[in-house]
Design a protein around this ligand. Structure first.
Ligand SMILES: NC(=O)c1ccc[n+]([C@@H]2O[C@H](COP(=O)([O-])OP(=O)(O)OC[C@H]3O[C@@H](n4cnc5c(N)ncnc54)[C@H](OP(=O)(O)O)[C@@H]3O)[C@@H](O)[C@H]2O)c1
Length: 256
């Protein structure tokens, strides 16, 4: 059993707290957002609501789940103490900034939970390696310790892929429903089809292997892929657009 605190009770806190249900932890959440906090108290045993300062004072592990600009105002003055562990899930809050905001805490890690963590199976990149993240979430989610903060930042950028890919899938469902007249069935079909190619813990090379099998010359898959080839450059350009914000070097190791 651990004493866990969450500052900022929004979408990602709700998902993490639901993912921790049933493990016997004592969990304090801050009162904002009140509707989410109330729902978590009703749903998950061991959850209570407390003001930010009591969340920090009453927890051994504090999760920072605010927008970064809000954190700059909300964290200074909270009673952080040496020996605590801080886990930040915030974009735009590098470790150097977190050390300032949470002094005197030194055990600070950044991870990238996504809403599916509520059910498990969510990959959790983390830097630096965190025994706490592993202990709390590792049984149900693959934890991926990274070697540098830059690698963590690059994972943050890559995590933005979820939205455009879902958007593409929904566009395909719309197209399909235009012929079948059944939008729900179209979405179910597209989601199930894609899920079949995405096992929970894919082995290295599995995606490339699946793609190779879908590359018969003149086949529907290869034809559509060729038509969408320009989208790959758009994707790369969009990801490269994060370099300044995520403080990524101008060139990474793989690209010379
Ligand atoms: N959602 C995701 O999938 C995801 C994934 C990875 C990382 N993140 C990161 O996680 C952080 C939170 O994201 P989110 O999607 O959970 O955002 P969110 O739903 O907007 O949650 C943020 C919460 O912070 C609360 N808040 C505002 N000021 C506060 C204060 N002074 N003290 C305590 N709480 C305060 C807000 O309450 P009110 O509603 O009352 O203003 C809101 O409920 C962001 O840095 C985001 O980049 C999110």
């Amino acid at each position: 059993m651990a004493r866990l605190g969450f500052i900022g009770t929004g979408e990602i806190t709700a998902a993490m707290v639901r993912g921790l249900a049933g493990q016997g932890h004592q969990i304090l959440v801050s009162p904002r957002n009140a509707a989410v906090a109330t729902a978590l108290v009703a749903e998950v045993a061991g959850v209570a609501v407390a003001p930010n300062d009591q969340v920090v004072a009453g927890s051994d592990v504090v999760f920072l789940c605010l927008l970064a600009r809000v954190a700059e105002e909300a964290l200074p003055g909270l009673p952080f103490r040496a020996g605590q562990t801080i886990i930040s899930v915030m974009v735009d809050a590098p470790l150097a900034k977190l050390r300032q905001l949470c002094a005197p805490v030194t055990d600070i890690a950044i991870t990238i939970p996504l809403p599916p963590i509520a059910k498990g199976g969510c990959p959790l990149p983390v830097y630096p390696a965190s025994p706490v993240v592993e202990a709390l979430f590792g049984q149900r989610n693959p934890v991926i310790p990274l070697r540098s903060e830059a690698a963590l930042s690059a994972h943050l950028g890559a995590s933005a892929l979820c939205s455009p890919i879902l958007d593409q899938l929904l566009a395909a469902a719309d197209w399909l429903a235009g012929f079948t007249g059944d939008r729900d069935a179209a979405e179910t079909y597209i989601a199930a089809m894609i899920r079949g190619y995405l096992p929970a813990r894919p082995a290295p090379g599995e995606l490339a292997g699946a793609l190779a099998k879908l590359s018969t010359g003149g086949g529907l898959n290869a034809t559509l892929r060729a038509a969408m080839e320009p989208a790959k450059a758009d994707l790369r350009r969009g990801l490269d657009g994060f370099r300044g914000r995520l403080q990524l070097a101008e060139k990474d190791g793989n690209r010379g």
